[in-house]
Write a protein that binds this ligand. Structure first.
Ligand SMILES: Nc1ncnc2c1ncn2[C@@H]1O[C@H](COP(=O)(O)OP(=O)(O)O)[C@@H](O)[C@H]1O
Ligand SMILES: [Mg+2]
Length: 286
């Protein structure tokens, strides 16, 4: 992709709409070969951005979902102890003994997502998505520094693996906690805002084919407005898409329709939010 506009049109072709800021961030990340850290509220399209990028580049998406307690063995690589044990038993049956040098070889190394991305063979480098890094413990971030800075992973027993062509790396965070400066320093950064109503409507239009135009517009406008209420969980794009799908399936044409109340579980996800959102729904004119 030669320039940010090209990124925009390629993503558009796979159904993901970007604004100029995100197109530029993605373009620079690819051009400079640097990881891209995307932050934003849940549901603004961070995960979808990485997926769309892999589709636009026609390259595999390797995904690492982060969670509390995530370890190097699950994210980087692991020794296959069972196969090592088997090899030892087999050697014993032949009255041979294996040394560490026999047991800690590439044969017994199991790729996890990050090493898999480094060792990827193929015509194009993969997109590696390290999703919701803020869910992992903060010590986990330090395990990523070598990879983020040098597209390399050192396995003490074997040496350093360096990617022939660095993968396109997208990290996302919902900002449930702050990330290390050292991690931020190794990445380009972009904050994804909720899309403006016109772009939100365009995204919904594409995701819910067949939804009536006035419904799309009033629903996206309504969701934009309720985000201003102090909700526990502000509805994102995924929720907006679900809501318009629900309304559309019920044949609702207008937000004053009595059936709207029954669909609010798509956008309000706690009892308090349910009350706040319901009271913001426009009332039917008598
Ligand atoms: N710019 C966009 N273009 C098209 N669809 C989008 C866009 N942003 C978000 N979406 C839709 O919203 C849904 C939720 O986005 P997601 O990536 O899961 O949010 P996040 O990872 O930020 O929580 C996606 O599945 C996608 O359908
Ligand atoms: Mg996500």
């Amino acid at each position: 992709m030669n320039d940010p506009d090209h990124v925009k049109s390629k993503l558009d072709a796979v159904g993901y709409l970007v604004d100029d800021g995100l197109a530029m961030a993605m373009f620079l990340a690819m051009r400079l070969g640097k990881p891209l850290l995307l932050e934003g509220e849940p549901g603004v399209g961070k995960t979808a951005a990485a997926r769309a990028l892999s589709m636009a580049l026609e390259t595999p998406l390797i995904r690492l979902q982060c969670y509390e307690g995530l370890t190097a063995g699950e994210a980087l690589y692991e020794w296959n102890y069972q196969r090592q044990l088997l090899a030892i038993r087999l050697a014993e049956s032949r009255h041979e003994t294996l040394t560490d040098a026999d047991l800690f070889t590439a044969e017994f190394l199991q790729d996890r997502p990050i090493l898999r991305a480094v060792r990827h063979q193929g015509p194009t480098p993969p997109v590696l998505l390290i999703d919701e890094i803020d869910r992992a413990d903060d010590e986990f971030e330090a395990l990523l520094f070598e990879f983020l800075g040098e597209a390399a992973i050192t396995v003490p027993e074997l040496g350093t693996f360096t990617a022939l062509r660095p993968p396109v790396v997208v990290l996302t965070s919902n900002r449930s906690r702050d990330l290390h400066d050292a991690l931020r320093r190794r990445c380009l950064y972009h904050w994804i805002e909720y899309p403006a109503p016109v772009r939100a409507a365009e995204i919904v239009r594409r995701s819910v084919p067949g939804a009536a135009e006035p419904l799309i517009r009033s629903a996206t406008e309504f969701v934009g407005r309720v985000r201003g209420l102090e909700l526990d969980k502000a509805p994102g794009l995924a929720e907006t898409i679900d809501w318009v799908s629900a309304l559309s399936a019920l044949g609702v044409a207008d937000l004053t329709d009595a059936a709207v109340t029954g669909t609010l579980g798509t956008i309000a996800k706690t009892p308090d939010d349910r009350v706040a959102v319901a009271s913001a729904v426009p009332q039917e004119n008598p």
